[in-house]
Design a protein around this ligand. Sequence first.
Ligand code: UDP
Length: 224
Amino acid sequence: MSSALGEIERFVDQGGPHLVATVNPEFVMRAQGDGEFARVLDSAALCLADGTGVVWAVRRRGCTLAGPVAGADLIEPLAALCARRGFRLFLLGAKPGVADELAAQLRAANPDLAVAAHAGGPGPSFDVETLERVHAHKTDVLLVAFGAPAQEMWIDRLRDRLGVAVAVGVGGSFDYLTGRARRAPVWMRRAGLEWLHRLGRQPWRVRRMAVLPVYALKVLSAGK
Ligand code: UDP
């Protein structure tokens, strides 16, 4: 977490645009068959391991990685960093009102934080208003919560028009941090069982999650 925050701080000091992706096994599996998504992930300045499944694969390939950095865990310390350094934060995505509620929470925890929020949407019909708001806030760090792969494709499509230093795809994090969705308990996350918790709460994900055993087999068969 501390090196992820250090990298993001460096990206803002450098100026943008930098894409930060929070990669989980579903990302990896999609990228195998979706060349555009693979290209966008390859173009990321930083890919964070969102969960135990990716940490496991990375370690098996002989890379050292201290641990996962999930999008939902990144947001609060990132907001604190933004407050400390005077970086301007923008929360984009989720259902109407959710990003506003999270902005209020983050402001309460960090009175110096400059944070704005907008629900918007990934389709081009939302672009004009979203860009206007992002520019008007003089945004440095933009968090995009449209879910994957829509959020990464959206960041890539508008990359040169965003005018931000860093754009981070954060999936359903706004729902977690405002208490609309409940995350798996820490012991389950540590044991790599977050998928089981999600399946119990959101059974419609079963089709998306069918790739997970294939992911595990691929990681095992790729060797060390
Ligand atoms: N979302 C959105 N606009 C859309 C589709 C989804 O803002 O057109 C939001 C949705 O409200 C949710 C997030 O994107 O907050 C996706 O959450 P999910 O947990 O499905 O994403 P994942 O973490 O699996 O990528």
